[in-house]
Write a protein that binds this ligand. Sequence first.
Ligand code: SRM
Ligand code: SF4
Length: 571
Amino acid sequence: MNKKTYHGPLVIKGKLVDAERIKENSNYLRGSISKDLENTLTGGFTGDNFSLIRFHGMYQQDDRDIRIERLEQKLDSRHAIMLRCRLPGGIITSKQWLAIDKFAKEKTLYGSIRLTNRQTFQFHGILKTHIKSAHQMLNEIGLDSLGTANDVNRNVLCSSNPMESVVHQEVYALAKKISQHLLPNTKAYAEIWLNQKKVATTDSEPILGSSYLPRKFKTSIVVPPNNEVDLHANDMSFIAITEKGSLTGFNLLVGGGLSIDHGNKNTYPRIASEFGYFPANKILNIAEAVVSIQRDWGNRTDRKNAKTKYTIERVGPDIFKKEIERRSGINLQPIRSYQLTTRGDRFGWTKGIDHKWNLTLFIENGRLLDYPDCLLKTGIAEIAKVHQGNFHLTANQNLIVAGIIESQKNNIENIARLHGFMKKITPQRENSMACVSFPTCPLAMAEAERILPTFVTSVEDIMTKYGIEDDYIILRITGCPNGCARALLSEIGLIGKAPGRYNLYIGGNRIGTRIPKMYKENISVKNILEILDNLISKWAKNRNKNEDFGDFTIRTGIVAPILDPIYDFWA
Ligand code: SRM
Ligand code: SF4
């Protein structure tokens, strides 16, 4: 590992990337989206609007399974919109669920609801003619999709079961406040999608600025010991600190992030830096200070170097920390002790502090769809019809039916069973995750969601062969190096390189505080499974008591530990 030096300028001068022009000239995110919406000659958005609609929570996509076929028929790609809702902390009521279920069934090409690993949901395949009704439906049920994509603070993650303790409840309330506080202030969303009249006041963006942030920005709040939100994937994280069961404050961590570019050594994953502790009632001041520093210091000349992790590595953590203190007027105290021990969801029944029941359901890939033999999406809708509590979406793409009254417990369990939930699942499957990838993701290089189920079956077979089927390895497959499935925080990570080919990473840990190292590059699934068979057999035979797979691969020298990803990741 080299010795670190931080001597970069606070602000990078140079030619701004085109995304900056688009934002600055957008009239606070309006662009000409409204006009484009009326153009029925194309199913897509044109020019700058293609990018601007992302600030409103939408991505233009086309089905990549039929792209070539349409090209051969000299047809345009069939454009459709993916819409991502804003749901800080992941809570949605039964009534809201029934409305989104109906919309997915009636107005989307795929008919599915996709739970994401940032505790919200996406509709895939909304045709242009249905976009407005999507936003209006969300508005009617008290939801929106503002700021779930592009260069703003994204959906705020938070430990997913507020009914677990009073601290969880407080933290959930703060997640919503942070989301609201950092939201774009522009009225563009209401004007374009909800037909609100433009008011004669001038727009302003006191926190985000008229050019918004240099890049996407992610926030999480975690109540230890479960790191289910994967805090090190976030630009800004708050770790709840308690005394005698009461929330006193938070440890602030800044600069986590996972995306890389294959072969581009200027890109790297990064574990967030620990900056210090502060009292709980100052969380909005701290959040605003961090975001505003990244707004002012983040690199606007190179989007591959624009995230907070790169800003910190350029200016140095000490200078960044001092600036947080200066802007917020709060002196950060030394980090308070905390311990992370797990990352998974607690499946099955648990009782909340309100004495109501919670049922955590495993949803493979977070994809709720009615399959011929298993009506998963209908199942959740049937539960929503009788359930008087809420649903909590988890950062592992699962769903908690929360706040079930005693008299409904059996009924809800029966509905869940009838629709294919609550089958016996191995710990391995419970701890495996994939990103969306094909057919909707335009950036996908290899399959992820669609190969996960069979890939996990193969790994389960290996685990059974070596008599360790009750154990698990955190396994994640991501279709390209953007890393949406957080493979760079897993014990076994596959990162798509080309159709059927992946880079294999091993050596992360169970709690998500260590980046794994590339073990083999550009190999086939068959090859990966052969390698895993060999490594898992060694782990089964030679591990120390309770030693996890990732720790074993480090201790036995199968891969070198990544102590500082910036130097060690590509070494
Ligand atoms: Fe992601 C882009 C899906 C979590 C890093 N991500 C995309 C897009 C929108 C593709 C695009 O830009 O056109 C994908 C849409 C696919 C589709 O068809 O739905 C996509 N990302 C997802 C989701 C749905 C994966 C999932 O299976 O759950 C997650 C949605 C989260 C949400 O609700 O907001 C999702 N993406 C992540 C995460 C994990 C996290 O946030 O905890 C990461 C890595 C963490 C990080 O940011 O470092 C992640 N996504 C990216 C990146 C790389 C960003 C970067 O730093 O360079 C991109 C590409 C980009 O932004 O240019 C991207
Ligand atoms: Fe798409 Fe790549 Fe993200 Fe997977 S990791 S959803 S392929 S951008």
